[in-house]
Design a protein around this ligand. Sequence first.
Ligand SMILES: Cc1cc2nc3c(=O)[nH]c(=O)nc-3n(C[C@H](O)[C@H](O)[C@H](O)COP(=O)(O)OP(=O)(O)OC[C@H]3O[C@@H](n4cnc5c(N)ncnc54)[C@H](O)[C@@H]3O)c2cc1C
Length: 453
Amino acid sequence: MFHRDSFNKHRVRELKVGEVKGKGPVIYWMSRDQRVADNWALIYAKLKANEHKVPLRVVFTLTPAFPAANLRHYDFMLKGLAEVEKSLALEGIPFNLLRGEPAEQLWEFAERVEASLIVSDFDPLWVKRDWKSQLNQRITIPHHEVDAHNVVPCWYASPKLEFGAYTLRPKIKKHLSTFLTDFPDVKLQCKSEPNLHLTRWHEVLVWLNVSDEVKPVKAFEAGENAAHAMLSEFISLRLKGYAEKRNDPTLEWQSNLSPYLHFGQISAQRVAIEVLKAPVPEADKQALLEELIVRRELSDNFCFYNPGYSRFAGFPDWAKESHRIHRFDVREYLYTLNEFEIAHTHDPLWNAAQLQLVNKGKMHGYMRMYWAKKILEWTTCPEEAMRFAIYLNDKYSLDGRDPNGYTGIAWSIGGVHDRAWPERPIFGKIRYMNFEGCKRKFDVEKYIMMNLG
Ligand SMILES: Cc1cc2nc3c(=O)[nH]c(=O)nc-3n(C[C@H](O)[C@H](O)[C@H](O)COP(=O)(O)OP(=O)(O)OC[C@H]3O[C@@H](n4cnc5c(N)ncnc54)[C@H](O)[C@@H]3O)c2cc1C
C-alpha cells in the first residue's frame, strides 16, 4: 500500500499554516485539475483524510463571472465535471458544486461541514491567486496547495523568473527522475454514503446564463475518457514523426491535447509516462517532452513570477526599449478588433488562422506565432496588440485563458523567452515572421483552403 511518507512533500505548499483538528472532512477544492485519475492534489487530500481518519469531499466553485469564459468553455468544463462527479461517487467521495463568489462560497461550506483542512490545486494566474488569498483571510483551518499540473512543482523547479527554456531546462531535467514517477492508487478509508442526487448539470448551464455567441465545438469531446482516447490516438497515429511534422499546419500532426491539459482533464505527467513507453523513435519522444514539460512548465514559471504576464510591463527590458524606439513607425495596415475578429484582413493566411481558431476552437501551434506577430504589425502599439491577441485567444480557444497563452503571446509580441533579432520597422528587435517564410515551410494555399469553411 502507498504510504503517505512516499508522497513528495515538495509538491505541497502550506498557504495557511495550522494544525488539522477535529473530525470534519478534508475538502479538496478542485479547480485547475479537473480529473480523478492521476491527480496529485486528490491523492494528497486522500492521504490527509486517511491520516486523520476523516472523510473527504471534493468541491468545485463555479462563478458565471470567470474572466473571458463563455459557452464554449463552460460546456466543455461542465461535461468534464459531470464525469468527475460520477467517478468520485464510485470511490465514496461526495462532490459538491458551489455556485457564486468562490472564496465566500467555499468559506461558508467549510464552516457548515466543519472541515478540518482545505487542499487546493496550484494555478499561477491572478484570478485563482486572488480567490485563495480572499479565502485565507476568512478561514481558521489550514490550507495546503498541491502542484498537480506540473511534473516538477513550479516553485521547486525554480525559485525565480527564468530567462528562457535554456535556463529552466537543466533545472527541470535535474529533478525529472524524482518527480516523473507513476501515480499511486490510494484508497480512501473513511468513505461517505453516495450522494442521492447527482448535480443537474443542464440546470447549472441555465443558471450560468452565459451568452451563446461562442458555440461549443464538435472537434473536441469533453472529459477524462475523451482525453485518454485522444492520447491513445496520438500515440498510435501521430507520435511517430512528431519531431518533423508538428510544425506543418496542413498535416495536423500535433497531439490535440491542449484543451484537456488546460482544463486538467488529463495529467501532463500521465502523457509523459505513456509517451516514454511508446515504440517510436527517441527524437519524437524528446520533441514532445520538450513541449509538454519544458515549454509548458516555463509558461507557469513566467506567470507565477512575473505579475505583468499579460501586459507590456511583463516584457524584458531590451524588448520594451526596442518597442519604445519603434512605437511610432508607420503601419501599412491597421485593423480594428472587430476586423480581426471577423477575419477581414488583407492576408488570406492570417484570416484562415483566425477562422480555424473561431470554428475549431484551436489554432495550429505554428500559425499561432504568425497570427500574434501580425497583430503586432497591424495595430497601433504593442499594448493594443497584446490586448487584441489575448482577447481573441481567450474568447475562442478551448485551451485559452492559460499560462501557455499569455506566455506564447508575450513571446510573439514582447520577446519573452526569446533573444534580440536584427532590427526592422515596427518589430524592432522582436523576431519577425512573414507570408513568404510560411510559403517556404508549408503549403500555404492548402492551409487556407482547409480553413475557409
Ligand atoms: C501566440 C500563441 C498563443 C498560444 N496560446 C496557447 C493557449 O492559449 N493555450 C495553450 O495551451 N497553448 C498555447 N500556445 C502554445 C502552443 O501553441 C499550444 O500549446 C499547442 O499548439 C497546443 O496544441 P497541442 O496540444 O496539439 O500541442 P502539441 O504540439 O501536441 O504539444 C503538447 C503539449 O505541449 C505543450 N506545448 C506545446 N507547445 C508549447 C509552447 N510553445 N509553449 C508552451 N507549451 C507548449 C502544450 O501543453 C501542448 O498541449 C500558444 C502559442 C503561441 C505562440
